[in-house]
Ligand binder design. Structure first.
Ligand code: ZN
Length: 386
């Protein structure tokens, strides 16, 4: 299990998009036809819910730690979860740390951690596991919408046809440069476009229909929110089967210590994004991106796997956030952060055509692997080669 802290950094490029997404959720809240209602019982999922603050004086204080009571329908005992995943459980620390395995799978979980490790890949769940009365519990949402699609996709209970149309979204453009490395004068928008054009070429040669949200250095719409909405609308206009948004990352501090790859899916309903520990009201909204929670998970994990295998960069994890482009798109969608422009060595690498070609090929191979898995599922077979 990786010991790196979970929420170490503020993501530059991502944060910006995320904040826009957060603002947009206000609109979604007003317009959303589906609210959780009483059946979702968010109050019962006490571990992630901020306590209400009735008085202004109380609002300034940190909310008290919520009380989690069991039995609780939103939480599943890890031994029950192991059965659901078809895995055997072995305790490393009784009631706190466990390893779940079968012949091709190794899943490590631990209490109070949002991060688990699946076949060596870092996976960030929606909520940390909890230990109570000698038992370890995981949320039902993390079990059913995150781990099940990765470990036992044949148990999802639904299938999807092999994707035909892929929309590639080169992040930023025009006046929105994205992340900037001022030392080298590197702009994120340049590399997202170049990588996307390379990816398009590879995918078309493999027989896919490919549409780019932008083919040159431009903003799609004036205003960040309108621009992001337009990117999602393009996917809907062409009836896309998969949406891939390509970005590069940056941090403000410890720039030479932070490097590597991140792959994002949209945060499931009723969970806080990975950047925030406590649940709040807008997490209860069902967004368009949530329709594909299980497929988002399978897609993100499959692409993360290919990126790590082929690029040999640090694994910063399979994560989730309420990013506007992922929230608004109605097909399975993923956002890839292909390295840190704030890190000198990584920025130099990203600036090479060789790296961007490798990145494009790894993404293409991830998409091909995802399509093959969907084909197997449609044929009623258990997908191989996770
Ligand atoms: Zn970006």
């Amino acid at each position: 299990m990786n010991s790196r802290p979970v929420r170490r950094i503020a993501l530059g490029c991502l944060l910006m998009v995320s904040l826009v997404g957060a603002r947009a959720e206000g609109d979604a809240e007003r317009a959303a036809p589906t609210r959780p209602g009483s059946t979702a019982s968010p109050a019962a999922s006490a571990p992630a819910k901020a306590a209400p603050s009735p008085a202004p004086a109380a609002a300034k204080k940190t909310p008290p730690a919520p009380v989690l009571r069991f039995p609780n329908p939103e939480w599943v005992d890890i031994t029950v979860a192991a059965k659901r995943l078809g895995l055997k459980i072995a305790w490393k620390v009784s009631g706190r740390e466990a390893v779940l395995t079968d012949k091709d799978t190794r899943l490590e979980v631990a209490s109070d951690r949002i991060e688990v490790e699946l076949d060596g890949q870092r996976i960030f769940l929606g909520q940390a596991l909890v230990s109570r009365g000698g038992d370890l519990f995981i949320t039902k949402i993390d079990l059913e919408r995150c781990l099940l699609p990765l470990v036992r996709p044949e148990l999802i209970g639904r299938t999807k046809p092999r994707p035909k149309t892929i929309v590639i979204d080169p992040g930023h453009g025009g006046p929105d440069k994205g992340m900037v490395n001022t030392r080298f004068n590197f702009f994120e928008k340049t590399y997202t476009l170049d990588t996307s054009l390379r990816l398009k070429k590879i995918l078309e040669a493999r027989g896919w229909k490919v549409v780019l949200t932008r083919n040159d250095d431009r903003q799609l719409k004036r205003g960040k929110q309108e621009d992001l909405q337009r990117r999602a609308d393009i996917a809907d206009d062409v009836n896309a089967d998969v949406f891939v948004s390509i970005h590069f990352n940056a941090v403000a501090d410890q720039v030479e210590k932070v490097s590597g790859l991140e792959v994002y899916r949209f945060t499931p309903q009723h969970q806080p994004p990975v950047t925030r520990a406590l649940r709040r009201l807008d997490d209860e909204i069902l967004n368009p991106g949530n329709v594909n929670d299980v497929w988002n998970s399978l897609l993100a994990f499959t692409i993360q796997r290919r990126l790590l295998l082929e690029l040999k960069l640090d694994d910063r994890g399979f994560k989730h956030d309420r990013l506007a482009v992922l929230r608004l798109v109605s097909c399975p969608a993923v956002l890839i952060e292909g390295g840190f422009l704030s890190n000198t060595a990584e920025a130099r690498r990203i600036a090479t055509a060789t790296y961007r070609q490798q990145l494009a090929e790894a993404i293409a191979n991830g998409l091909t692997a995802y399509a093959t898995q969907l084909e197997s599922l449609q044929a009623g077979a258990k997908p191989k080669g996770r």
